[in-house]
Design a protein around this ligand. Structure first.
Ligand SMILES: *Cc1c(COP(=O)(O)O)cnc(C)c1O
Length: 367
């Protein structure tokens, strides 16, 4: 059986370092808001090329805290895409703001910058582009549009640790960058985690206050907030794993290149845009016969997933946004056609060969 991701294989290779870091925290008696979180924040900011980073307890919290720190709230509108994980949209809603969607561009499946003009209103306050599957959205035209309309840009980089847009790391491109360390992400905690990165000292201060009950210092509570804190155990483990991220990214890219070559004539392989260094959190092929291919792969012992089967605007909790079927043609077509294959740095060539053989047979049988 070939799994979609294999975290045991990851742990096996870095076990001593990770377990030593965890033990260090357990024995320190310091479990929250301590030196590990502080050190990880500095190390992750350096990795992204930003001045600041604020560790939080999930990617969803990162998005919510980032937008709230930027002043987004009730009465504002935030523009994002309907073809994403539901957390992108739910985090926007948790700030009190209203969500407006624009469609994705059909090749990259990321935000179509040309669609922004129709979605902007006097109430628009921010844009949340999603670096879907690990490929950066086309940030130059998005940032240009945001400057022209004086909008905040908060990147949803939850799937894009280690990716680059024109040489620059994701997260540091907009006003704020938001990452998740959920176990399936390219850099993952042994549990939950997230982080907000920014160059802006005001946004850094705002995010820091919000993650911990609005406290500006030990006793003052100058602003609203909640408990969105990262814990020391996760930070210590993430510090170890961050040192491996670059080679993991290169290994993912090598796996993707092999899939590209082996699958090119069978299915539509993922497009890599000229501006992108793709980090391949997800390797998603496309085929109109997706469901048949998926069934055949399952029968052959290959685990797959669909990221994502229903665009957000067609999910019941978001019906009140007023977008019906047909509103976002590219997102809806992608939802019918994408299929995520196993990808992780430790996936062997033999394992990949099994996936490809099964896909080849499945595509043949399904045609
Ligand atoms: C995983 C993910 C999130 C949410 O991160 P959590 O840590 O699970 O809260 C948000 N956006 C995208 C695109 C994601 O993939």
């Amino acid at each position: 059986m070939i799994p979609l991701v294999d975290l045991q294989a990851q742990h096996e290779r870095i076990r001593d370092e990770v377990e030593a870091a965890a033990l260090r925290v357990l024995r320190s008696g310091r479990y929250a808001s301590g030196p590990e979180v502080e050190a990880f924040e500095q190390e992750f900011a350096r990795h992204c090329g930003t001045a600041h980073a604020v560790g939080v307890n999930s990617g969803t919290s990162a998005l919510q805290v980032a937008l709230t720190a930027a002043g987004v709230g009730a009465g504002d509108e935030v523009i994002t895409v309907p073809f994403t994980f539901v957390a992108t949209v739910e985090a926007i809603r948790q700030t009190g703001a209203d969500v407006r969607f624009v469609d994705v561009e059909p090749r990259s499946l990321t935000m179509d910058p040309a669609a922004l003009e129709q979605a902007v209103t006097r109430r628009t306050r921010a844009i949340v582009p999603v670096h879907l599957y690990g490929q950066p959205a086309d940030m130059d035209p998005i940032l240009e549009f945001a400057r022209r309309h004086r909008l905040i840009v908060a990147e949803d980089a939850a799937q894009a640790h280690g990716a680059r847009y024109r040489q620059q790391r994701t997260g540091g491109l907009g006003n704020l960058g938001c990452f998740s360390f959920y176990p399936t992400k390219n850099l993952s905690a042994a549990g939950e985690g997230g982080i907000v990165v920014t160059d802006d000292p005001e946004l850094d201060r705002g995010a820091r206050r919000l993650r911990s009950w609005g406290a500006a210092d030990a006793c003052g509570h100058g602003a609203p907030g909640g408990n969105y804190r990262m814990d020391e155990l996760q930070a210590a483990i993430l510090r170890v794993k961050l040192q491996h991220l670059d080679w993991w990214t290169r290994a993912r890219q090598a796996v993707a290149r092999r899939y590209d070559a082996l699958l090119a004539r069978i299915v539509e392989t993922p497009a890599v845009m000229p501006y992108a260094a793709h980090a391949y959190n997800v390797y998603a092929i496309r085929s109109p016969r997706r469901d048949a291919i998926r069934d055949a792969l399952r029968a052959a012992g290959v685990e797959t997933a669909v990221h994502y089967p229903v665009p957000i605007h067609l999910q019941p909790p978001y019906a009140d946004l007023g977008y019906g079927s047909g509103a976002f043609e590219q997102a809806e077509r992608a939802a019918r056609e994408v299929l995520s294959l196993p990808i992780y740095p430790e996936l062997s060539e033999d394992g990949q060969g099994e996936v490809v053989n099964a896909a080849r047979q499945a595509a043949g049988a399904a045609s």
